[in-house]
Design a protein around this ligand. Structure first.
Ligand code: NOJ
Length: 525
């Protein structure tokens, strides 16, 4: 990294606390973020040209959903070359430029790394299915069937069995996702070497780390036993949790640890905090693991209180939590919470005040809802098109997408555009910027402990504290006002727009505040 950058980044973190514990991450879905060459699909040049926007927003790191060459059956999660860039996004030089410019702005760059499967068009799989003696046959999971049926009862994530029959070599291959996404066999040392080599390729280029796709799926029991009946016919990727995976993650981690200051954030898509906690290992596996229980929590104080408690108790002191409200796989939280702007604003305060590293999904800072995409118009095999709608940059059509847009715009695209919200004091974008700036200046919010406090029904109340810095966060999920105390405290942040310096002890419905102890007024005279 260039020298100036180190100075810039170092200023934000102390020597003891790794940067990623204090970071706010921002997920970019490249196809939908910004189109630099007017071909209707977002790209790396578009992201690079938006770094000023991201710097002003106040995030610390971006994670790019896959940019690798891909037939796009799963929009990039079906990779044909882990060490290259799909032409629709640009080339390696565009990655280098993005990384350089991002670093100069104090923003780190993470790539999505997809180790569980490749595209069926990846040369490794093309060779693997050529014959039973092929050089890479064992790089994938091939098995004989059971009396003409698949080798076990696992279901694939997008429906159907997790096995596809290969006529030519008369065996089944495993795919936890689409048939076009065959699973790699991580028991094979050549696979491990080849895949960790792809990590080194990007780490050598200055990438700051990886979001690791379905990392809990990579280890497999070689006997591939049936899924027990108590799981019902839930798809395998949602429950797979083989103990052998941990050793593989330790190997991945040891490669990343050869480099300074990098991070791995794993997608552990198990809705169970204790199981997720295991993926941090003894500090030798993932630095951070996603916990998607927050995607299931309703806009209800009881759900959030239970979740905050579960995460606090389940992860303990050493495993640092992550928090996420929206991503490219799930309806956006504004949409899940009934489309309410008030709720989306209060949720922003909540997300960015909890103990842990928050992940903001591009567009949530604009209060984006999902786009309406008719079933017949869906492009994604999982029907996730709505949450992948393009970001509206300008108020007027075509909202910064002169070459067209691959998915419909979200509702109220003009009013919720970047341009409109930059110009409007108190907009959702303004709120995100204020919360992030406030968080940056508060050791309690970044590093502090979290203690849940007693509160009236419908209110989540907690304190964040670090040495002298103490903040109280109150979120009202109720549809009536609630008295919460703390009269006279300073209002650092309020989710509802409007000037308010001192707290009057009351929260409006769907309102959230961050409070700090009243500062002693200077004596007059
Ligand atoms: C999880 C990713 O987030 C999702 O978009 C993808 O379809 C699957 N993993 C398969 O890679």
């Amino acid at each position: 990294m260039p020298e100036a950058l180190d100075a810039h980044l170092a200023a934000a973190t102390s020597a003891e606390t790794p940067w990623w514990r204090r970071a706010v991450f921002y997920q970019v879905y490249p196809r939908s973020f910004r189109d630099g060459n007017a071909d209707g699909v977002g790209d790396l040049a578009g992201i690079t040209s938006s770094l000023g926007y991201l710097e002003q927003l106040g995030i610390d790191a971006i994670w790019l959903s896959p940019i690798y060459p891909s037939p796009m059956r799963d929009f990039g999660y079906d990779v044909t070359d882990h060490c290259a860039v799909d032409p629709v996004f640009g080339g390696l030089a565009d990655v280098d430029l993005l990384v350089d410019r991002a670093h100069a702005s104090g923003i780190r760059v993470l790539l999505d790394w997809v180790p569980n499967h490749t595209s069926d068009l990846h040369p490794w799989f093309v060779e693997s299915r050529r014959s039973r003696d092929a050089r890479t046959r064992d790089w994938y999971v091939w098995r004989d069937g059971r009396d003409g049926a698949p080798p076990n009862n696992w279901r694939a994530a997008f429906g159907g069995p997790a096995w596809t029959w290969d006529e030519k070599t008369a065996q089944w291959y495993l795919h936890l996702f689409l048939p076009e996404q065959p699973d790699l066999n991580w028991d094979n040392p050549e696979v491990r070497a080849a895949m960790t080599g792809t990590l080194r390729f990007w780490l050598d280029r200055g990438i700051d780390g990886f979001r690791i796709d379905v990392v809990h799926c990579i280890g497999k029991d070689p006997l591939l036993p049936d899924q027990p009946p108590e799981f019902g016919d839930v798809d395998r990727a949602g429950v797979h949790d083989h103990p052998g995976t941990h050793e593989l993650i330790r190997e991945i981690r040891s490669v990343v640890d050869e480099y300074d200051d990098r991070v791995i954030v794993g997608e552990v898509n198990l809705r169970d905090t204790i199981r997720i906690a295991a993926y941090y290992g003894a500090g030798d596996e993932l630095h951070l693991a996603f916990n998607f229980l927050s995607l299931d929590a309703r806009w209800d104080e009881r759900d959030w209180r239970a979740l905050v408690r579960t995460v606090g108790e389940g992860l303990g002191d050493s495993a640092w939590p992550t928090w996420v409200l929206s991503n490219h796989d799930t309806p956006r939280h504004r949409t899940r919470y009934g489309g309410s702007e008030r709720r989306a604003r209060a949720a922003a305060v909540l997300l960015l005040s909890l103990r842990g590293s928050p992940f903001v999904y591009a567009g949530e800072e604009l209060g984006m809802d999902d786009a309406a995409v008719a079933i017949a118009d869906r492009l994604d095999p999982g029907g996730r098109d709505g949450c992948r709608a393009p970001i509206p940059w300008t108020s007027e059509r075509p909202h910064g997408w002169p070459g067209g847009h691959w998915l419909p715009f979200p509702p109220e695209a003009g009013a919720r555009s970047v341009e409109a919200q930059l110009a409007e004091e108190g907009s959702m974008l303004d709120l995100y910027r204020c919360i992030l700036a406030n968080r940056r200046g508060s050791p309690a919010l970044r590093d502090g402990s979290l203690v849940l406090l007693d509160a009236p029904p419908g209110v989540l109340l907690f304190e964040r504290a670090y040495e002298e810095d103490r903040r109280v966060v109150a979120v009202c999920f109720a549809d009536e006002p609630r008295a919460v105390g703390y009269d006279g405290w300073e209002v650092d942040i309020a989710s509802t727009p409007g000037p308010r310096r001192r707290f009057n002890g009351k929260l409006a419905p769907d309102e959230a505040v961050i409070l700090s102890r009243p500062r002693r007024r200077r004596p007059r005279g």
